[in-house]
Design a protein around this ligand. Structure first.
Ligand code: GTR
Length: 328
């Protein structure tokens, strides 16, 4: 073999080995998101994907599937747990039944306002919630905002707890929410997000509860025109990754992915603030009948049994609940 041939072969061999090592390292993650294209979470998850690619130098790429096309949220959480999907933007509501620590954020009125929720999540309470999620195979890389959830329905303004009596109200899959509606004398109906519009339209349910952006983006305001500002739940959301997929990365790539998630969360929170205002304006223009609730304490007292029952069944969570309540 002459010198040139040998050199060409050795270059080819090096390229082959390099190619192998690159493809052995490079991974593509499939990502789940429930929201439509222009929603703050969707824009932020796309940003996350872009940042992951850039920061890992292509070692990790994220292919996002929006609008819930890969299935319902409880199913997608399960998929990320077992590795069928790598990553998702999840509301902590449907994670709660699988991870007790994450469920404390679903106790009605546990957070006074968004600031309180942020401080709790950014501190020790957030670490404990993350640790609880890690136990079920989910690593929370960053927290997204989801505003405060209030009641809406097709029948009447809700001013006091008794107004919920007899109403069929859709809730996310979590016994705490069913208990919350039952405590007000309503009939809870756990249901996937994607089914709520038709159910409101056809009268399968009378109402539901959500923040302004989701009330608007889903069109629920068209079929349930009374929005009553109860703000009974402030549930954070996560960018959550399958633990094995994350742990298999090099330390540098883990950091890159985490940084990307945190940067995407900064963007999500900015977009969220704006969208909460514009969604509210849009539905009001469309003729939604909105009311404040004069005495929110009445709702807090009516929902207190939900806390009591939950903590009696989960006494080891009392310290975490107190930690959140005492977060200044
Ligand atoms: C939205 C949330 C979704 C989903 C939905 C619901 O506010 O962002 O992840 O939880 O509510 O009510 O199912």
């Amino acid at each position: 073999m002459n010198y040139l041939k040998k050199a060409a072969l050795s270059i080819a061999a090096t390229a082959f080995v390099a190619g192998l090592s690159v493809s052995a390292q490079a991974v593509e993650w499939r990502g789940w998101n429930i929201h439509k294209p222009d929603y703050p979470n969707t824009v932020a998850m796309d940003k996350f994907a872009e940042l992951v690619d850039a920061k890992t130098g292509g070692n990790v790429t994220v292919k996002m599937f929006h609008s819930g096309v890969l299935g319902s949220q409880p199913d997608a959480i399960e998929q990320v747990r077992i590795g069928g999907l790598a990553i998702g933007n999840f509301n902590l509501g449907p994670i709660g039944p699988m991870a007790a620590e994450a469920n404390v954020v679903s106790l009605p009125f546990i957070f006074k306002d968004m600031g309180h929720m942020h401080r709790a999540l950014d501190g020790e309470a957030g670490d404990k919630i993350s640790a609880g999620m890690a136990k079920i195979g989910l690593i929370a890389l960053a927290w997204y905002d989801s505003g405060a959830r209030s009641f809406y329905n097709s029948k009447k303004p809700i001013m006091e707890p008794a107004d919920v009596k007899g109403l069929k109200v859709r809730v996310m899959n979590n016994d705490l929410y069913s208990g919350m509606i039952a405590a007000l004398g309503g009939n809870p109906s756990p249901m996937a997000f994607s089914e709520v519009y038709q159910s409101l339209k056809t009268g399968v349910v009378d109402g539901a509860e959500n923040n302004w952006p989701s009330y608007e983006s889903t069109g629920h305001f068209e079929v349930a025109g009374y929005y009553s500002l109860s703000q009974h739940l402030i549930i954070p959301e996560c960018v959550c990754v399958n633990a094995k997929a994350y742990n298999d990365l090099s330390a540098a790539d883990q950091k890159a992915v985490k940084d990307a998630a945190r940067e995407s969360a900064v963007l999500q929170r900015e977009l969220w603030e704006k969208r909460a205002i514009s969604s509210r304006e849009k539905v009001m223009k469309a003729g939604v009948k909105f009311n404040e609730i004069p005495n929110k304490d009445a709702f807090m007292s009516a929902m207190e049994p939900v806390h009591e029952k939950y903590l009696a069944a989960n006494p080891d969570l009392v310290p975490l609940v107190n930690l959140i309540k005492n977060t200044k």
